[in-house]
Design a protein around this ligand. Structure first.
Ligand code: SG4
Ligand code: ZN
Length: 269
């Protein structure tokens, strides 16, 4: 990761407006996230359904959860992959993480018709055609990130308890735990039948170094969790390491970036 970048909620002097000073790529022409204007997308028949492999069972000991000082991240140390979805070849899942706000009204990175959700889930995959992440970050199709919006409903989403229950163990930057339970990755997503509707565009990582290496798929169907589950992220996690002055991990999202002529495609009308 880059020398010193942060979100505005940590300090104004290293927030998103300053990222391009640290890393010129962050001022590039194909940056993420974006606002998706549903009335200005191109229908693309190549955007068929995704094929998810290994999403139903991530075995014990093959996934860990960590606080990297920017987000809470689940690292997948096993064969989980996607193909289809208009992608060329297979993409191996590396990790997933979240972006959120400090309440119910904002927190997502992508917006749909200018609507911002309180949280967004990203599942980061790397093309099997490239040897490692360094190589992949140099290619416009090196990574495929799946983006899911989270919305708040009255009832808990029991499938999220696996994650929310361990947040206390990774409250501070640098904390990491290996899990000895099975992780059902598909259970934290919308039902598979609802995954055929998504938007596709060419973009970047939403944090420095902002590499323009991401084929983005943003799904229309949101995931529901309760307010208590959402607030567990915002109130349990800290940007700061143990012993440093405590900074709650809140508002770890970047705002929508200019399209600069890029087109957004849609899988369905
Ligand atoms: C989060 O900070 C992740 O924890 C980072 O993962 C990730 O960077 C970064 O977001 C950008 O990813 O899907 N939002 S995003 O565009 O995947 C990378 C790590 O730091 C390189 C490993
Ligand atoms: Zn992300």
């Amino acid at each position: 990761c880059s020398v010193h970048w942060c979100y505005d909620s940590q300090s104004q002097s290293c927030g998103p407006k300053h990222w391009k000073e640290i890393q010129s790529t962050c001022g590039g022409k194909s940056q993420s996230p974006i606002n998706i204007d549903m009335s200005n997308v191109d229908r693309d028949n190549n955007l068929q359904h995704f094929v998810f492999e290994g999403y139903s069972t991530v075995p014990p000991g093959q996934w860990s959860i960590a606080n990297n000082g920017h987000s809470v991240q689940v690292t997948l140390d096993t064969n989980v992959s996607i193909s289809g979805g208009g992608l060329v070849g297979k993409y191996k899942a590396l990790q997933l993480h979240f972006h959120w706000g400090n309440g119910l009204s904002y927190g997502s990175e992508h917006t749909i018709n200018k609507k911002q959700y309180p949280m967004e889930l990203h599942i980061v995959h790397m093309s099997e055609r490239y040897t490692d992440i360094r190589d992949a970050l140099k290619k416009t199709d090196g990574l495929a990130v799946l983006g899911f919006m989270l919305e708040v409903t009255e009832t808990d989403n029991p499938n999220y308890n696996t994650l929310t229950d361990v947040l206390e163990k990774v409250s501070h930057q640098g904390d990491k735990v290996w899990l000895s339970s099975t992780f059902q990755l598909n259970s934290i997503l919308p039902k598979v039948a609802r995954l055929s509707q998504y938007y596709r565009y060419q973009g970047s990582l939403t944090t420095p170094n902002c590499s323009e290496a991401v084929v983005w798929s943003v799904f229309e169907e949101p995931i529901s969790i309760s307010k208590a589950q959402l607030m567990k992220f915002a109130n349990t996690l800290y940007f700061s390491a143990r012993g440093e002055s405590e900074q709650k991990m809140q508002n770890n999202f970047r705002s929508p970036q200019p399209l600069n002529g890029r087109r957004v495609s849609a899988s369905k009308d």
